[in-house]
Write a protein that binds this ligand. Structure first.
Ligand code: FAD
Length: 230
């Protein structure tokens, strides 16, 4: 289906949200993803990318949030040059990295950098429905500027920001994210569901370790290829 760009919102020096008009009769579940197709003279990574919808399903617009770094791929370069009113092609939504139906299950969300996008969608949707759940979010990033959405997330969950490169006046957590760090920060009961989202290598390494320490059936993952680090 075609979607039309409404506007681009800068969240930090390298992170942007691209807001599009919602196509008629389009619906999705918070946490799901789509594929975007941008015809252009592409580098070896091609003309398509997966993106989580970072918006809340109840929002009138739909959004993706991504990093556009200094020397981006040809895809990100083309995406970044889109103008309001431009149309691009989007697939149907996919994915089961979504909230459990049972509202009483305690949840631990673990985000590495841009892996925050599905949690932003879920927490924004819960806020718009005025639904309270027991959610702790460990949000790991390199530096303070990379903690996009921090203020709005803090309203809807217990937020534990963790920086690997904190500023001098930082009062939050610092250091590296690991399975042991997660277990030390939150009380993971047998019923607790742990959701991990972030760069592929980070999620894979932490998941492998975490599944040996908590009920592996309650560890749910979503990982983003293409990023080498947070
Ligand atoms: C289910 C799913 C959901 C996802 N959701 C999101 C999301 O919400 N937000 C998001 O940002 N991403 C998401 N991704 C990842 C997304 O699809 C891209 O893989 C990612 O954004 C990297 O984009 P890029 O390849 O354009 O690289 P860039 O973002 O441009 O660059 C990332 C790194 O790759 C290097 N690089 C760029 N081009 C090349 C090249 N041609 N050859 C070698 N190295 C290169 C850059 O120098 C940089 O270090 C998701 C992926 C999946 C599978």
């Amino acid at each position: 289906m075609k979607i039309t760009l409404e506007y681009i919102e800068n969240l930090s020096s390298d992170t942007k949200t691209f807001w599009f008009k919602k196509p008629p009769n389009f619906s999705y579940i918070a946490g799901q993803f789509i594929e975007l197709y941008l015809p252009h003279k592409a580098d070896d990574r091609g003309q398509k990318r997966w993106f989580t919808l970072s918006s809340a399903p109840s929002n009138d617009l739909i959004s993706i949030t991504t990093k556009v770094i200094n020397k981006p791929s040809s895809f990100k370069n083309t995406l970044n040059k889109l103008q309001p009113g431009d149309e691009i092609e989007m697939s149907d939504t996919m994915g089961d990295f979504v909230l459990p139906r049972n509202k009483d299950i305690p949840l631990v969300f673990v985000a590495g950098g841009i892996g925050i996008t599905p949690f932003h969608s879920m927490l924004s949707e819960l806020a718009s429905k005025k639904q309270k759940r027991n959610i702790t979010l460990i949000y790991a990033a390199n530096d303070k500027e990379s903690l996009v959405f921090e203020n709005e997330l803090a309203k809807n969950c217990k937020l534990l920001p963790l920086l690997s490169d904190p500023p001098k006046d930082w009062t939050g957590l610092s250091g590296k994210l690991s399975a042991d760090r997660i277990i030390n920060l939150v009380d993971i009961k047998n019923s607790t569901r742990v959701y991990l989202s972030g760069p592929e290598k980070m999620v894979e390494a932490i998941t492998r370790d975490l599944k040996t320490k908590v009920n592996p059936e309650n560890v749910i993952t979503d990982y983003f290829p293409g990023y080498n680090s947070l």
